[in-house]
Design a protein around this ligand. Sequence first.
Ligand SMILES: [Zn+2]
Length: 247
Amino acid sequence: MAQITTNAIVLRRADYRENDRMITLFSPTLGRIDALCRGCRRQKSPLMAASEVFCSGEYVLYQSREHTTVVSCAVQDTFYALRGDYDRLSHGMYALELCAAAVQPDQENERLFMLLLRSLAHLCYGVSEPRRVTAVFLMGLTSLLGFRPQVGRCARCGVRLVPQAGEDEAFYAAFSPEAGGVVCPACGAAERCHISAGEARYLQDIMRRGLESLDAEAACSDALFAALRQMAEEKMDVPIRSGKMLG
Ligand SMILES: [Zn+2]
């Protein structure tokens, strides 16, 4: 039995008994933690904000043999403004659900934690299209799970892909969720998601610069976004339901 202090963000919550809640936390050092938040639904409970999804901060937890309870939380950000924009909120919920599926108990993942917090900050306070933020998140998440998307070479035959500016025919290459990246026209003729040279450069920029790539002019087409989602979601053991709400 011990008290522990850790940074964490609430990935999901479920009401429990009359005034309590079970929350699922993501800690960069301790992975996924299910914790009981006692009395948090009472008015004026000091744990009210700490038991909401998106709340991030320094949590003090008490671990007994049966369960973990939240003792207190120094809130850093609740990303409250997301609630005022359905599209941005949906993208944020989707990122939380992907993390809940990807992160295991007692598994350190500092880089995914930072990627999640920075992506949520872009969704909440930034001006970039939410879909572009999620595209970076999906490629980063897939990478951190050990399946780094191939963008510089064909993911099937290995031929180098050097898309030039001005070379923008609609079928420069394809994106294959199964192969885990960009494939050359010869390997990708049967793929659903054909991409232009500009889109191939866009994907290379994401792999090179992560969220920094949001400052460049680019768009993520419906077909490419669907392919990126499929690539990441197929790495999970559970179906990701909140993806249906994405615009
Ligand atoms: Zn090829």
